[in-house]
Design a binder for this molecule. Structure first.
Ligand SMILES: Nc1ncnc2c1ncn2[C@@H]1O[C@H](COP(=O)(O)OP(=O)(O)OP(=O)(O)O)[C@@H](O)[C@H]1O
Ligand SMILES: [Mg+2]
Length: 621
């Protein structure tokens, strides 16, 4: 019976297993339907290979059916007639069929895996490229890990679609059809009996399997609940909570009930499992028994030889699994289509901040660094209010603009628009008179540099991290930038200096050190326009003053846009803008604004006392 199975790929393996549709898959398909035509387009370039795979599957299924016939000839002719030659031929043929099928199986797996991997590779790179084009808002909208999961998990799942779902479908159909034909050819009486007996047997075993799965799921859930309770109650924080709240007895009660529930579910699951085995045992005993009965009764035994009987028993055993496989096919197809749907969804995303079709002529040497916001209004994609409203602002080349305002007033948003993380909803942002939308990201990034509160370091050496923005920088330039950012000495003190590996996400460094590394990295690019969004916020006052002094020096001849909470650092700015709920409330130099006695003057007065204390402390240290 196993020869028949060899050619029929086993069903229900991997993530497509189980006989019930995953609600998540159904929801995904409802939200983003997938056309079969589009899926087929992916396979079209590989159609020759796939046709070969199909031919191999059909061939090996049919070859597998030969074994029962060989057995029949063996029992009916070779053995009774002591025909040694025939015996040798038949035995050799049996071994040959198994060998050929084994080789065909290897070739088939090789071909289908190659196709699967090719499709995966092209989809993976296409999705990666398209996601790279997405604006920042896409990533803020998307749940963490979702992008990674689709890129790796879903796309690897495609391998299964090709090697398991598609080949199972073909293999199961070929085996079922072939077996039915062979059965009828062997004996119509026995075939008729099988047709009456096998379908209800399959349905019975399916429903018992379903019962068992339900019991197992319930047990799993209860077990997870119990684990959760242990984790909650018997951990440091849990123990602290229950001790301080005196919740010990209540928690013990809860645990008792959960454990008691588990007891019953555990028994039920075990019994359900036993029932399933028992049912299968009965089915696999009853069907052959009935076949023997029909073959033995004088009324029905017409034309049934012992060889026919042997062959038939083998055939009927081999049809069971493919029929079960075909019944769960719908679930596998749904899971596969959901996979495609998730991938296509990412492929179909259009870039919210697209690259220009025809970039403006703007060589880096010509850049002066005049930044203008013209009637800029901006609302985040999922925002319920404008983060900026009708902002008109000019920062002449080489001047220093400081933006102040309450938290949430739109300061970072304004900075993000200048570095084109977003495009304005209305109005435009220009660099030396050119709309940012007409510059490629490379052109823009060559001129505008940003250091924000949130830094991101790559898992690489300090040197490579600093060079990330400017791969051509010499060692001297790297060191000069590190000195300017007040980080050179820290790096020198590391065990391997500039070759020290930063550690995942830069956790090796303190927040302030990470900020200074980011600052050095940006300085190395030597940008004409430098945006500092609370770039020194993680530093202590002393270091901040030092970095600030360095920045003032570096700012000479550049356009600098600073966002700072500490008002002492904005005093020297050429222009100070006070933002309030996304609108410019006031603007002018420090002296002008102080003289006007408005919002800025009030802010300065309020912060003066704090600042003085801080300064005193810094100077005393
Ligand atoms: N990704 C986002 N999606 C939706 N709304 C956002 C998003 N980012 C910011 N906002 C909203 O836009 C407004 C301006 O935010 P922004 O970050 O520019 O403020 P900020 O002035 O930099 O504040 P802070 O001083 O706290 O950094 C806020 O109301 C904020 O809730
Ligand atoms: Mg901010």
């Amino acid at each position: 019976m196993d020869a028949t199975f060899d050619s029929a790929p086993r069903t229900g393996g991997g993530r497509h297993g189980g006989a019930r549709r995953d609600p998540k898959d159904t929801a995904q398909l409802a939200a983003h339907p997938v056309s079969a035509a589009r899926v087929l387009t992916l396979f079209r370039p590989h159609r020759l290979t796939l046709l070969t795979v199909l031919a191999i599957i059909v061939t090996s299924s049919v070859l597998g059916l030969a074994t029962p016939f060989l057995a029949k000839a063996l029992v009916d002719d070779a053995i009774p007639h002591q025909d040694v030659r025939l015996l040798l031929v038949l035995v050799a043929a049996m071994i040959g069929v198994a060998a050929v099928n084994a080789v065909l199986g290897v070739v088939q797996t090789w071909m289908s895996t190659t196709v699967g991997q090719r499709i995966m590779h092209s989809l993976r790179t296409a999705v990666f490229r398209n996601l790279q084009q997405q604006s920042l808002s896409f990533f803020t909208r998307t749940r963490g890990g979702e992008v990674q999961s689709r890129l790796t998990h879903d796309i690897s799942g495609l391998q299964g679609v090709v090697t398991s779902t598609a080949t199972n479908l073909a293999g199961n159909i070929a085996t079922v059809v072939g077996t039915l034909i062979a059965m009828v050819a062997l004996s119509w009486q026995l075939a008729l009996l099988s047709l009456v007996v096998i379908p209800p047997a399959v349905l019975l075993s399916r429903s018992v399997a379903r019962l068992r799965r339900r019991a197992t799921e319930q047990r799993q859930k209860a077990l997870a609940g119990l684990h959760g309770q242990v984790e909650e109650s018997l951990s440091v924080s849990g123990a602290r909570l229950s001790k301080t709240l005196g919740a010990g007895p209540a928690l013990a009660d809860r645990f008792f009930r959960a454990s008691d529930d588990l007891l019953e579910l555990e028994v039920a699951a075990q019994i359900a499992g036993r029932w399933r085995t028992a049912t299968m045992g009965i089915i696999f005993a009853v069907i052959p028994a009935l076949i023997y009965l029909i073959a033995g009764l004088p009324v029905t035994s017409e034309g049934i030889t012992i060889g026919t009987l042997v062959a038939f028993i083998a055939l009927q055993a081999g049809i069971f699994r493919p029929v079960m496989g075909l019944l769960t096919m719908g679930v596998q197809v749904t899971a596969s289509m959901a996979l495609f749907s998730r991938i296509f969804e990412y492929l179909d995303l259009t870039a919210e901040v697209p690259e220009p079709a025809e970039p403006a002529h703007y060589p880096r040497e010509y850049a002066e660094g005049r930044v203008c916001l013209e009637k800029v209004t901006f609302r985040h994609t999922d925002g319920d209010h404008d983060a900026l409203r009708a902002v008109d602002l000019t920062v002449p080349a080489g001047t220093h603009l400081a933006i102040v305002g309450a938290t949430g007033s739109g300061k970072s948003t304004l900075a993000s628009l200048v570095s084109r993380l977003y495009d304005p909803t209305e109005g435009r942002v220009t660099l030396d008179g050119i709309d940012l939308r007409d510059l490629t990201s490379e052109q823009r990034a060559g001129v505008v540099g940003v250091v924000s509160q949130e830094t991101y370091l790559l898992h690489d050496t300090v040197l490579q991290n600093l060079r990330f923005g400017n791969p051509d920088a010499t060692d001297e330039q790297v060191e000069a930038a590190a000195r300017a950012a007040q980080i050179h000495e820290v790096i020198e003190a590391l065990p391997r200096g500039y070759d020290t590996v930063v550690g995942a996400r830069g956790h090796r460094f303190s927040g302030g050190e990470q900020q200074r590394l980011a600052l050095a990295r940006t300085l190395l690019r030597n940008p004409r326009v430098l945006i500092l969004d609370e770039a020194t916020s993680a530093l202590d006052t002393r270091t901040e003053l030092a970095v600030q002094r360095a920045l003032d020096e570096l700012g000479e001849g550049r356009t600098v846009i600073t966002i700072a909470h500490r008002l002492s650092t904005v005093r020297t700015a050429d222009q100070i803008v006070v933002l309030d709920h996304g609108e410019i409330q006031e603007r002018g130099s420090h002296d002008e604004l102080m003289a006007a006695g408005g919002a800025y003057a009030a802010l300065v007065r309020a912060s003066e006392r704090v600042d003085e204390n801080v300064l005193d402390a810094a100077l005393a240290a």
